[in-house]
Design a protein around this ligand. Structure first.
Ligand code: IMP
Length: 221
């Protein structure tokens, strides 16, 4: 039987991305649902602190069918924009629910040129994710970064959150990201995460990288 991981999230997009990634590694991912309003989002300085707080909170709300060999997963992510000194970073949820993608684009309106390479550098940003796994009473952490830049207009389609405005950097043959504006063998061809298939996003994403980093530390399932 596959080991079970309870993923604390109310975000269907995150659940699908983690489910795809971890089922390929031999784990069964179940959603850990906690009644709305019961958990709080700590206003911490780092994603690690937020993730650890969520693990502690999740442990107070385990389902009756949680078995001692099961694991708990939480994941916290944020968008860090260089021209705004890393803002919104750990405030990403609040910023998304207040000014949203249109507000981010407005904040960067003055940072664009005719040259796509320098525009990409001026508007550089990165998604960062920290995944935390509770297993046998211990917490393990993994982190993932996806560099890219902020588009000049929203490109909707699939995806969630800031996906419609984030264009990831191309990747080289070994799936390592290149600097903004450089061409690599894996590319979304200037499309945002919102405008590409979820399988394409998975190849680039901070979430996949954080999970990879975390599960590389575990024996395979
Ligand atoms: P959290 O990890 O759910 O706290 O995410 C913080 C904010 O960043 C939320 O508004 C999310 O919608 C957004 N966010 C997190 N991960 C992603 C992603 O992969 N794509 C786009 N937005 C994201």
């Amino acid at each position: 039987m596959s080991p079970t991981i309870w993923f604390l999230t109310s975000n269907a997009g995150k659940l699908a991305e983690a489910g795809n990634h971890l089922s390929a590694l031999g784990y069964e991912v179940k959603q850990l649902v906690v009644q709305e309003g019961v958990l709080y989002e700590p206003q911490a300085e780092t994603l690690e602190e937020v993730a650890k707080s969520k693990i502690s909170q999740a442990r107070q709300h385990l389902p009756s069918n949680f078995s001692p060999s099961d694991m708990i997963l939480v994941e916290d992510a944020g968008l860090f924009i260089d021209a705004l000194d890393g803002f919104p970073g750990v405030y990403s949820s609040y910023v998304y629910s207040t000014i949203g993608n249109a507000g981010i684009i407005r904040l960067l309106n003055h940072l664009t040129t005719e040259d796509p390479v320098s525009s990409a550098s001026l508007r550089s940003a990165r998604f960062m994710a920290v995944a935390a796994l509770w297993r046998d009473g211990e917490v393990m952490l993994g982190e993932g970064i996806c560099p890219g830049h902020i588009a000049t207009k929203s490109m909707d389609g699939q995806g969630f959150g800031f996906d419609p405005i984030f264009i990831p950097c191309d990747l080289d043959d070994n799936l390592n990201p290149l600097s903004p504006g450089n061409y690599g063998s894996h590319s979304t061809h200037g499309k945002t995460f919102g405008a590409v298939d979820s399988a394409v996003k998975q190849k680039f994403s901070h979430r996949s990288r954080a999970l990879q980093n975390l599960f590389n530390q575990l024996p395979s399932a």
